[in-house]
Write a protein that binds this ligand. Structure first.
Ligand SMILES: Nc1ncnc2c1ncn2[C@@H]1O[C@H](COP(=O)(O)OP(=O)(O)OP(=O)(O)O)[C@@H](O)[C@H]1O
Ligand SMILES: [Mg+2]
Length: 321
């Protein structure tokens, strides 16, 4: 649905995107995560043509995004709804008129029975039917974002672009908004591209994620692959330390994924090999609907060989640290 090939973008001398390539499939929920200043918002703005880029190509649904062709660009932008951290609602308009705004912009009538059905349907979808004539100042942050989501859907887009859409919300409301985005993705088949610096967002909803640093994609994959067994740079971003591991013996890290067996591998190993181990570090995390994790154990040096041989025969990923 969205394809970027070697996209480069400068602001003056500042290289903000240094050759970005990524492919986002139809119906996918795709995340772009990275620190402040990594170039995430710029990338999103290039995708919907708000920002020009110096080289490379961006295509949406097979067509090139070309800011030099404003007429065509406007038609393409219609396919891409967008939501932001600060909601961008018009304060003097009520919920209904805010949701209807893009239709007005396109010269469509917003009070015909058809338009009403559509707008009211979207307001119902986001759970705000009882607030339909409320003004933005009468709404909470989560409710404002719901209005922004309904507005982003009013022109029947194929794609929803979200720039830090939950960053201003507390964790419980963030989970609700993400659940709503997931529902929209499933019910309406809309492709969703989420830009965020929040790990929780990626873990809860993204099927794939790119990790961006200094305008470069450092890693790409399923969130569980990227975060359960992170490469060095991603580890730094996660500020994750497997901490003070024992200097004696052998430290072995095991990774539990959806492909690991359900066997209690380590306790079985201890019994079978008649050896002991200590647990030095561990984490378990939810990714969408599955739990993934990793554990560091310490075994005696003289057991190294037989422990490694045992783990080799099991459906578990592991490495000696
Ligand atoms: N219009 C602009 N003119 C000049 N420099 C810009 C402009 N917009 C962004 N930049 C610079 O480009 C870099 C990337 O900015 P961008 O907003 O894309 O980062 P980001 O990853 O979205 O960060 P954040 O997480 O803080 O939103 C920054 O160094 C920023 O200062
Ligand atoms: Mg940003």
């Amino acid at each position: 649905m969205i394809e970027l090939t070697n996209v480069k973008k400068n602001f003056g001398d500042l290289e903000v995107l240094k050759g970005i390539s990524m492919t986002i499939q139809d119906h996918e929920i795709y995340g772009i995560i990275g620190q402040s200043g990594a170039g995430k918002s710029t990338l999103l703005r290039c995708v919907n043509g708000l920002e020009d880029y110096q080289s490379g190509t961006i295509t949406v649904d097979g067509e090139a995004v070309n800011p030099d062709d404003p007429k065509k660009l406007r038609l393409m932008q219609k396919k891409m709804g967008m939501i932001f951290q600060n909601f961008n609602l018009l304060n003097r308009l009520d919920v209904y008129d805010n949701v209807a705004l893009p239709m007005k912009f396109w010269g469509m009538k917003t009070k015909t029975p058809e338009a009403k059905k559509k707008i009211e349907g979207l307001i119902e979808l986001v759970g705000l039917s009882d607030k339909i004539h409320a003004l933005p100042r009468e709404l909470s942050g989560g409710q404002k974002q719901r209005v922004a989501i309904a507005r982003a859907l009013v022109l029947d887009p194929e794609i929803l672009l979200c720039d830090e859409a939950t960053s201003a919300l507390d964790p419980a409301i963030t989970r609700e908004i993400l659940a709503l985005l997931q529902e929209i993705n499933e019910k309406m088949g809309i492709t969703i591209l989420i830009v965020t610096h929040q790990m929780e967002v990626v873990k809860q909803v993204c099927q794939r994620v790119s990790f961006l640093r200094n305008g470069t994609v450092l890693a790409e994959g399923r969130p569980e692959e990227l975060f359960v067994r992170p490469i060095k740079e991603v580890k730094q971003f996660l500020q994750e330390e497997s901490g003070h591991l024992p200097e004696e013996g052998v430290n072995i890290q095991l990774f539990f994924t959806d492909e690991s067996s359900d066997e209690p591998v380590i306790t079985m190993m201890a019994r079978k090999l008649d050896t002991d181990f200590s647990i030095c570090w561990g984490k378990l995390e939810d990714f969408r609907s599955s739990v993934f994790g990793s554990l560091v154990i310490n075994v005696k040096e003289e057991d190294r060989e037989k422990v490694c041989a045992y783990l080799d025969g099991k459906k578990v990923l592991w490495e000696v640290l």
